[in-house]
Ligand binder design. Sequence first.
Ligand code: C2E
Ligand code: MG
Ligand code: MG
Ligand code: MG
Length: 291
Amino acid sequence: AAKRRQHSGWRLYSEETMRQDREAAALREDLLRAVDADQLRVLYQPIVALATGALVAVEALVRWHHPTRGVVPPAEFIPVAEELGVIDDIGAWVLEQASRQVRRWQERLSPGRTLHLSVNFSAHQLRRPALAAEVLETLRRTGLDPRDLVLEITESALVDDDSAVPQLHELRGHGVRVALDDFGTGYSSLRYLTRLPVDILKLDRCFVAELNGDPEGSAVAEAVIRLGQILHLDTVAEGIEDPAQATELTLLGCRNAQGFHFARPLPPEALTALLEQTTPVHLPTGHPVYP
Ligand code: C2E
Ligand code: MG
Ligand code: MG
Ligand code: MG
């Protein structure tokens, strides 16, 4: 009987594996068509200046609206898109959409206000020999000033393959800035930092989550912010979920922040409404919050 149970257990496992394989294959097929089928959408998450609460930039974050599965988060399909190579098409589409959208918002801003755009680029995209030329062409077509664009890349994307470095230098020559995303979670942060073409450090949200008012909790955040100051890099803290974290980061000298405490990633209509608010909503702590 034990043997039979074992056998049927194996059969179930194998059917389950086959079902998962079929599902994964179907997802890949669908993903290849997602751009052409108009199933991708871009959400925009505000980045605020901690000193004033002003909305200074937005990060473009892609979502896949699958016809039967519903909204698929990027963590699920970006790795598959990288593996299939379609990340290049998806990335180009996101940049075009977001540049056009931010340009429209900029045209409606009151004088003196600015709005920058951050776009995530994956390792696969950075290996395109014509990346810099393509990005500049998209900016020209959409009218977005290269100085208003930030390319977000992870340090591993740069360190694993330094062929992107000359391209980043070219883009920076036109005023595009480069941010190291999820900073502090990579394996080589400090060794390469001074040699990489970088303008901004995005402090990973795991370090923000450790902030608790104690020196141990703020050790890494403080070190990264200080490192940014020494190297003349701007810092953006990610994943601020409560006002105490915003206060602590401000005291540590962090300039910019992003997180659910300020705003979630929003559809363009919601961001339009937010930009029309002349002043941010203020919390009792004095820290502004956007609904
Ligand atoms: P990321 O670039 O580090 O983006 C920040 C992620 O943190 C977003 O997740 C955002 O929704 C989430 N987040 C923001 N504030 C908070 C907070 O206060 N608490 C928590 N728990 N999370 C917060 P999302 O949109 O699911 O994106 C996940 C990752 O997928 C991104 O991480 C980025 O690596 C990748 N991604 C998203 N859009 C694109 C894209 O257009 N191209 C590429 N290549 N990658 C993308
Ligand atoms: Mg990012
Ligand atoms: Mg990040
Ligand atoms: Mg992240």
